[in-house]
Design a protein around this ligand. Structure first.
Ligand SMILES: Cc1cc2nc3c(=O)[nH]c(=O)nc-3n(C[C@H](O)[C@H](O)[C@H](O)COP(=O)(O)O)c2cc1C
Length: 243
């Protein structure tokens, strides 16, 4: 399939066959991730592939995201990583103060996300399935313990990659007019929302699995009904960042 076609057919895959990714393929996936652009070429991320089934179960429990029998698909944890940069500076007896800023953290998180999405796009281009797992941030302290994460690191999400056992229908995205502006920002209008809610309500009602009576605005309302992961800031402070 042409890459564009593959991209617009994207759906998250949450169930994989027991076919393993070959060593060569795993290497290609990591190279694809590494080939992403990187802010100031800092390459401020690390990947941790989880092959230990006990660790994987512990991570899936944290994420409330059990995948098949705990072995199908390969799980990578994407970590925003400025620890390497701390080492570079410390080896030269230089101050690490500027690593501690929100801007440095943003740079590292963006680099991490770009690397992950490069891996994801490559994976889907060869008919593998992927699913991000932000749920790993449900217990950052446990994740730190499980992965021995040092200062100046932050586990951003997991990414499952594997041979799809099943695929969902494509979720309708916001209308292009709601996300593409020309020369200046245009607010999202009630008419756009009403139209999108109609489309998403139909999608949730008619999809093959897990049908629901809901809409995009209802999902947004539920998501922001309570503060989420409000201990993130304490975790990040302990990891060396200053806000
Ligand atoms: C950073 C990030 C974190 C995510 N975390 C989870 C997760 O913890 N559990 C899950 O089931 N899906 C997770 N997803 C998948 C989204 O729910 C999914 O991408 C979204 O609903 C759109 O559906 P689609 O990918 O099938 O088009 C995550 C996606 C992203 C980008």
């Amino acid at each position: 399939m042409e890459l564009f076609e593959t991209m617009i057919q994207h759906t998250s895959v949450r169930s994989f066959t027991d076919q393993k990714l070959s060593v060569n393929l795993q290497e290609q996936l990591v190279l694809a991730a590494q080939s992403a652009s990187s802010s100031n070429f800092l390459q401020a991320y690390s990947l941790i592939q989880i092959t230990d089934t006990v660790k994987r179960r512990a991570i899936e429990t944290i994420a409330k995201f059990p995948v098949d029998n705990g072995t199908n698909g390969q799980l990578y944890i994407f970590v925003a990583d400025l620890n390497k940069h701390a080492q570079v500076l410390q080896q030269q007896d230089l101050s690490i103060e500027h690593l501690r800023t929100l801007e440095s953290l943003v740079v590292a998180i963006v680099d991490t996300a770009l690397a992950a999405q490069s891996m994801a796009v490559y994976a889907e281009s060869i008919e593998l399935g992927v699913c991000y797992v932000g749920g790993i941030r449900n217990d950052l302290v446990k994740m730190k313990e499980l992965l021995d994460l040092p200062e100046f690191t932050y586990p951003v999400f997991g990414l499952f990659v594997g041979y799809p056992a099943e695929k969902n229908e494509v979720k309708p995205r916001l209308p292009i007019t709601a996300i593409l502006n020309t020369n200046t920002y245009h607010p999202f209008t009630p008419a756009m929302l009403a139209d999108y809610d109609k489309r998403t309500t139909a999608y949730y009602l008619e999809r093959n699995t897990n049908t629901q009576i809901t809409s995009w605005s209802e999902k947004v309302r539920q998501h922001f009904a309570q503060a989420r992961r409000s201990n993130t800031i304490d975790f990040l402070k302990k990891q060396g960042f200053v806000f």
